[in-house]
Design a protein around this ligand. Sequence first.
Ligand code: NDP
Length: 316
Amino acid sequence: MEKHDCVIIGSGPAGYTAAIYAARADLKPIIYTGLEPGGQLTTTTDVENFPGYPEGIMGPEMMEDLRKQAERFGTDIRFGIVTKAELSKIPGEYHKLTIDESTEVLARTVIIATGASAKYLGLESEKKMMGHGVSACAICDGFFFKGKDVVVVGGGDSAAEEATYLAKLCPKVTLLVRRDEMRASQIMQQRVLDTPNIEVLWNTDTLEVLGDKTVSGVRVKNNQTGEESVVEAEGFFVAIGHKPNTDIFKGQIDMDEVGYIKTKPGTASTNLPGVFATGDAQDKIYRQAITAAGSGCMGALEAERYLSEHEVAVEG
Ligand code: NDP
């Protein structure tokens, strides 16, 4: 079985930043990229708020840069999914990770950077139409709806961003917001309101995604008046937030009721020795690329300190 000082799970800004720091500290880190190498930013367009890019940068390009930077210092980047984690409670002892349900590796330190995934409404019709007009990523799938009317559900920055993006491709975008206000930042809301081909339906719940083989419309209800109507559309984009990808750690590591891993305040340390949590897997407040990157750095520095305090690894 392979033995490593530092295994990083996940390849978003947190994972790659942890790798850059760990590799430069000669911890010879291994990254398991997960299903979506580069993480959520590979499904976004312009990133305008990451310091150092005065003109902004495309999400996928930024993640490519981060990958190259991690590789430059010798990070071993492997396409693979950690399907099982057996985390030790004993200081200095190896943690065991199973990759793709087959290969097992031992790690003295584990940096969790597994991020978060898109949430869905949970409607039967939404599930049935997944991939046939229902999507949770406008940047990935918007192209297929060029010239067609679409609906976006959600009121946060994701929904605002997706609606604005789709409005460039589609004649009409209807945004369904369940309250009478949006949660999105003022600037993003303003962009939505300033885009003539976006119509916002306030106080609106989604009842059903209509269509047989592909989406033909969405049945909605005004939750103030009780009035039901159908919005004709060929695409339905869900942008209602995310869930942390922490299921494999359940029952072993302290997390909140939603699944965000708990870290000791001001650190990346979890309740387990040698296990550090970074990025969106532990952050439900900020959830930004820059904060994820910052916490990835913290995870690597803490892993380095932990390794020097536990010079000899203990077999589990
Ligand atoms: P948020 O949790 O911020 O917003 C989720 C939105 O979906 C809320 O408006 C919520 O409504 C709505 N919602 C949740 N469940 C349902 C439901 N069942 N039916 C209808 N609506 C529902 O998630 P986001 O993904 O938008 O953003 C996450 C984080 O990422 C935020 O911190 C955001 O700022 C950041 N972000 C930043 C971007 C940027 O800067 N470019 C782009 C995208 C995200 P309600 O308000 O009523 O709870």
